[in-house]
Design a protein. Structure first.
Length: 143
């Protein structure tokens, strides 16, 4: 069997456009699948360090028989919150600076939630402090 120049020309007109179309479709699908994921990963990486540093947190008691206020330093690294002083602090930071923590020291345990923005934050807390059920608000500044 012999292949003429005309058959090769016909082949190139049909084969390469099909291959090109398939490659273009595959590339478009890959961009759709990877594009948002890559953008989200980039946003997550940027946001992950947006609140890094030491935060000075003051807790204000509004209900219960606890001291009127207490302060404690927290450390933020990436999306994790930990103690920068005494006690055990575990927690995390989510989208838009939403923060939640659990603080324990001896028999005292408290949970807090709120929001960080820039170099400040605020929220609510509640827990059992030295046997008394208490709750209130908190304010934080980075520095």
């Amino acid at each position: 069997m012999t292949i003429s120049a005309r058959q090769i020309a016909s082949f190139t007109h049909f084969a390469f456009p099909r291959i090109s179309r398939r490659l273009a479709v595959a590339a478009a699908l890959a961009a759709l699948v990877a594009g948002p994921g890559a953008a989200n990963a980039r946003r997550s990486a940027e946001a992950a360090g947006a609140y890094d540093g030491t935060w000075n947190v003051t807790f204000y008691t509004q209900a219960g028989n606890c001291s009127p206020s207490n302060s404690a330093p927290f450390a933020v690294s990436g999306r994790r919150v930990s103690s920068a002083g005494g006690g055990k602090v575990t927690g995390g930071i989510g989208r838009g600076g939403a923060v939640s923590v659990r603080i324990s020291l001896g028999l005292s345990v408290a949970n807090g939630s709120g929001r960080l923005a820039g170099n400040s934050g605020s929220g609510r807390w509640s827990g059992i402090i030295s046997g008394d059920r208490c709750s209130g608000s908190w304010q934080a500044t980075r520095g």
